[in-house]
Design a protein. Structure first.
Length: 157
């Protein structure tokens, strides 16, 4: 489990719950992870669980997909622009812990689904790779210049 202690009691509650369920020794509470260590942290698991309530640009989901992890997520904020339920992730509404748990259960009991979600996630993240983004910007700017009535003197794309 990664992320900073927000000092709202959730970190302590999560630790206490893990202990009460008898899985405390199997849950690592990593705290904040530096950018250079994110990929290695994701690679230590098979499922990436995102429980965000607000997430305008879900970079961590892109990182998880790039690592080939199976993503289970809420559909908060900008998540639906990256993750499509049943295609490259499994999802549940914000705050639906049972739904997230059920999605994890699906991945654990259906290796065919897990393999497909992992494969599709990796394919999806390639659309966010810099060469793909640069090509889309070039196309957009070229189109804008061609259709603009603004004088084109000295504009080169």
């Amino acid at each position: 489990m990664a992320g900073p202690d927000k000092r709202d009691g959730s970190y302590q509650a999560a630790r206490a719950l893990a202990v009460s369920l008898g899985v405390g020794a199997h849950v690592e509470f990593a705290g904040r992870i530096g950018k250079s260590a994110v990929a290695a942290a994701i690679d230590r698991g098979d499922i990436f669980l995102n429980t965000s309530k607000i997430d305008n640009h879900p970079v961590t989901l892109l990182e998880a997909m790039a690592c080939g992890a199976c993503v289970v997520t809420t559909l908060a904020g900008g998540v639906p622009y990256v993750a499509q339920d049943g295609i490259n992730c499994l999802s549940a509404p914000v705050g639906d812990a049972r739904g997230l748990a059920a999605a994890i259960g699906e991945l654990l009991t259906r290796p065919d689904l897990a393999a497909r979600v992992s494969r599709q996630g990796r394919a999806r993240v390639e659309a966010f790779d810099w060469p793909a983004i640069a090509a889309r910007w070039r196309s957009l700017l070229t189109s804008a210049v061609r259709t603009s009535s603004y004088p084109k003197k000295g504009i080169h794309i």
